[in-house]
Design a protein. Structure first.
Length: 426
């Protein structure tokens, strides 16, 4: 008995001295001779970047940063290092149902117009429970440098809550950076039930937020009094909405066209919501109003015009012109107006298509440095994670991409990708 106790105590002492288990300690890399683009500062020629245990330990000139003895050295001469790209709205890893017919999206595509086989209101839904990571999808995005994605629910009006993932493997739990992130709302309609019109959808949303405010006030009053007051009836729908009304947790409105932007702005103002506008591929048409509001914009790289667009109903040639010239210029037009935004891959679940459309936006006038910021530090700031993501700085998560050539150039290839400090192999 005493021998067993002595042995247990010895093992405990050894473990306490050596620290975390080996499995918890990530590899150490020294990436040297690369041109480093931190995003928040000037590029560093012939730099070195030290990665240890999933984090960036040091960044600087090669002759200023000591290379640790235990580091695996990667000679990146001729390569350029960038922070991993961030998409703040996707429907990756969600099973696709058959398309439905309805309003409020380009082509009424799968990501925002699936058959409404769930109720219009599911604010309590955490989309993390539904995702099924796919190696093919992960590889597709990592090959273009996207290391972080926000996965949002894709059905209903009050759709549920999103999750932010690092694309570091095929198991969901280790990928999670933040869960939940935001409540997602789509200006669509329900099938075969109320609300069956967009007017009804607006009324439904307003009434839901009004009810949540009243419900929160009733619960707060009861908590103060308790004795002598009838207990308010518990409502799981309103209970799930309350944090977004009272605590001002983030709400992301999916704006499928110009009118949706106007609808969202009215609701945001009425209920003083902490909101972001996503999709927004017609944001340039409302630039004058958007310049006056600090509400963050998440602009899709999907250039298909919405069904409400004049370019859809006047022949195939005009539609092709809109997809090739007019909608790709959305981001460039916003940048010219001085409107900040993040770019998203919403509507595009293939990495090659995403890269093609980033290049199209740049050809349409979006400066490359603006495109880079819109896929790195800007989304990190919008998500409240700028201390962890979005630039190459000591202490940040080691999401790093190494490219042969300048990022977004047509002949450029992603050579290596680190996610959470681990070198990813396609």
């Amino acid at each position: 008995m005493h021998k067993k106790a002595y042995l247990f105590g010895s093992v405990f002492l050894i473990l306490s001295l050596i620290g975390p288990a080996a499995a918890d300690v990530g590899p150490t890399y020294a990436v040297k001779n690369a041109k480093i683009v931190p995003v928040i500062g000037p590029p560093i020629d012939k730099g070195v970047l030290i990665i240890r245990n999933g984090l960036i330990e040091a960044v600087g000139l090669l002759d200023k940063v000591a290379i640790p003895e235990d580091a695996e050295v990667i000679d990146a001469d001729g390569l350029i290092a960038y922070p991993g790209l961030i998409s703040t709205h996707t429907n990756l890893f969600l099973e696709v149902a058959r398309p439905a017919t309805g309003q409020g999206s380009p082509e009424f595509t799968a990501q925002q117009a699936l058959v409404q086989d769930r109720p219009a209101e599911t604010p309590e839904l955490c989309v993390f429970k539904l995702i099924k990571p796919s190696k093919a999808a992960i590889d597709s995005f990592l090959k273009i440098g996207v290391t972080t994605v926000l996965v949002a629910p894709n059905r209903g009006i009050i759709q549920g809550q999103s999750v932010l993932l690092n694309l570091n493997g095929e198991k969901a739990e280790p990928m999670v950076l933040k869960n939940p992130v935001a409540l997602h709302i789509n200006f669509t309609t329900a099938r075969g039930t109320y609300p069956s019109s967009l007017m009804g959808t607006i009324a439904f949303l307003r009434q839901s937020f009004l009810d949540a405010e009243y419900y929160a006030a009733s619960q707060a009053q009861y908590a103060k009094i308790l004795k002598g007051m009838k207990r308010p009836e518990y409502d799981p729908f309103l209970e799930a909405l309350v944090p977004f009304v009272t605590e001002k947790k983030p709400v992301i409105f999916q704006c499928n066209n110009l009118e949706d932007i106007k609808r969202a702005l009215k609701i945001i103002e009425e209920f003083k919501l902490n909101a972001l506008l996503s999709h927004a591929n017609e944001a340039w048409r409302d630039a004058a109003i958007l310049k006056k509001t600090p509400i963050p914009l998440l602009v899709t790289l999907d250039f298909r015009p919405p069904n409400s667009s004049q370019y859809v109903n006047q022949g195939a040639d005009l539609r092709k012109k809109a997809e090739a010239e007019i909608y790709p210029a959305n981001a460039a037009n916003l940048a010219k107006e001085g409107i900040k935004f993040a770019l998203t891959t919403f509507g595009l679940n293939d990495g090659a298509a995403v890269l093609k459309n980033i290049q199209a936006a740049i050809r349409a006038g979006l400066p490359k440095d603006e495109a880079l910021r819109a896929l790195t530090i800007q989304p990190a700031q919008y998500l409240g994670l700028s201390q962890q993501l979005g630039s190459l700085e000591p202490g940040k998560i080691a999401n790093v991409i190494l490219t042969k050539g300048a990022l977004f150039d047509e002949k450029t290839q992603v050579d290596k990708v680190f996610v959470d400090g681990v070198l990813w192999k396609f």
